[in-house]
Design a protein around this ligand. Structure first.
Ligand code: 8DG
Ligand code: MN
Ligand code: MN
Length: 466
């Protein structure tokens, strides 16, 4: 034991938001196994006991940040985030190459059914358990027996194969391009960012997350309904639902308990499904055939695997004096500049807001919220594939917090929020940062400033893959 590498623990910061966590790392055979245990714990136990699942996620997260493959358990024995259960599994894999416990879970029919059913858009663990209790074990049985009127479940079932086919980077770029053309028409001057996993450098994802902002704070009022009208008139939208903004300033300081699964925020958004021509995906598939997919030793993980990490280097540079910031994408540089709002403040705004919401509510109850019968649409499907899209619209003042939040990963956000609370006496959300020591909100006009305000070193999106 005298040739043991220096303890890794001495160099591992406590929070994932203080560590580089790249997409491609050296310990997939451990992290794949730990993430199966995480998933199992998440599905098996109720929300109250999400801590079990989180313990595996934290352990996995630490291993992802190591700069070399783990070769002995002693290297991580004193790391606080790697509990005894995770250590046991890691030890097993070090000795045998696989973990018996993980193998058993993978072979467990209940787990397989839960994974199958919770992969349906609109189905959570509670509903999946009901399906299993009815004796169903296939998607077809759910299609035949499920009577839910929830639009997500109806469309999710009809287009299940489409929606569980990984969205490629080329498709994400295509969707961004389409949305951009419509945004340019209905909200000229708007800024858009592809967020979520794609921004972190993933080559595939389960959906496409697009964040939209306008430098004039009030310009975004009514923009999302106009955008959707524009998209719908071009027969691109399959179904979807608007959500009103539920933001109010007290939320910045309120100690809202984040639900363990979804960190719901209060932005106005649209959650839906759109059509993408098949040729967009096929082009991408062919270029992918050259790159190999690396799988861990525990092979039951059917989750979407990423291809080799190819990232654009996106930098935001801020300029505090002019209240603007620059973003560089290749040779192009985009200037985000706060502009003076020309709209009247006060009642004029709330009146116009009410009008917008009224027409929105009417629209969504009449065409509500989908177009046609999902099964019939599926039966006459043309040369396109259904893709999940999230459109989020943020005011300029909250944009960079929204950008960090919607870039993720979820675990990065969780740790950044815990770090803010415990280490800084601050409250972080996708809407802003409140400093309880100073009793005020800390503004950010770049992503870097979000990190600065938290006294954290800056991490590029591709290093936030925890
Ligand atoms: P994937 O789609 O590639 O599978 O992964 P992802 O892009 O990382 O996950 P996601 O479920 O699409 O969520 C994108 C990020 O947005 C994630 O880090 C969580 C964050 N997020 C917020 N607010 C909200 C919210 O209200 N709902 C959801 N679903 N995600 C939110 O900051
Ligand atoms: Mn996503
Ligand atoms: Mn999403």
């Amino acid at each position: 034991n005298n040739q043991v590498a220096p303890p890794v623990s001495a160099r591992i910061p406590d929070y994932a938001c203080q560590r580089h966590t790249p997409l491609q790392h050296h310990n997939t055979k451990f992290t794949d196994a730990l993430e199966i245990l995480e998933k199992y714990a998440d599905l098996r136990y109720d929300d109250q006991d999400y801590s079990r699942a989180l313990a595996f996620r934290r352990a996995s997260c630490v291993l992802k940040s190591l700069s070399r493959p783990l070769s002995r358990l002693s290297e991580i024995q004193n790391v606080t985030h790697i509990g005894s259960h995770s250590q046991k599994v890691i030890q097993e894999i070090l000795e045998d190459g696989t973990s018996e416990e993980v193998e058993k879970i993978c072979a467990d029919p209940w787990f397989q059914k839960m994974k199958l059913f919770t992969a349906i858009f609109g189905i959570g663990p509670a509903r999946a358990k009901e399906f299993i209790a009815k004796g169903w074990s296939s998607i077809q049985e759910v299609r035949d027996g499920c009577t839910s009127s929830d639009w997500r479940i109806q469309w999710g079932l009809a287009f299940h194969e489409d929606l569980t086919t990984p969205v490629t980077r080329a498709e994400a770029d295509y969707i961004l391009g389409v949305v951009r053309r419509h945004v340019d028409r209905v909200l000229p001057g708007a800024v858009m960012e592809l967020t979520g996993g794609f921004r972190r450098g993933k080559q595939t994802g389960h959906d496409v997350d697009i964040l939209i902002m306008h430098p004039l704070e009030n310009k975004i009022i009514g923009a999302l309904p106009r955008l959707l009208q524009s998209l719908q008139s071009h027969d691109i939208v399959l179904c979807g639902r608007h959500e009103r903004s539920t933001y109010h300033e007290e939320l910045l300081t309120q100690n809202t308990k984040l639900s363990p699964r979804g960190q719901l925020d209060h932005f106005e958004k649209w959650i839906g499904i759109i059509k993408v021509p098949n040729k967009i995906r096929i082009k991408n598939d062919q270029s992918d055939k050259t790159s190999s997919h690396q799988l861990g030793n525990n092979k039951c993980n059917t989750d979407m695997k990423e291809n080799k990490d190819k990232c654009e280097n996106r930098n935001f540079q801020s300029d505090k004096n002019t209240d603007s910031c620059k973003r560089d994408v290749g040779n192009e540089s985009v200037l985000y500049q706060r502009q003076e709002d020309t709209l009247d403040s006060g009642s004029a705004i709330s009146d116009s807001l009410e009008d917008v919401w009224e027409s929105l509510d009417k629209a969504s109850s009449s065409s509500s919220p989908s177009h046609g019968n999902p099964r019939e649409v599926k039966a006459s499907q043309g040369d396109w594939i259904a893709r999940r899209v999230d459109l989020i619209i943020s005011p300029f003042s909250q944009f960079f917090y929204a950008l960090v939040g919607w870039t993720g990963s979820k675990q990065f956000n969780r740790d950044a929020r815990t770090y803010a609370e415990r280490e800084m006496n601050m409250k972080l959300s996708s809407h802003g940062l409140y400093d309880f020591n100073q009793g005020k909100q800390l503004v950010a006009s770049s992503e870097r400033e979000v990190f600065d305000n938290l006294k954290l070193p800056y991490f590029e999106p591709q290093d936030r893959n925890c």
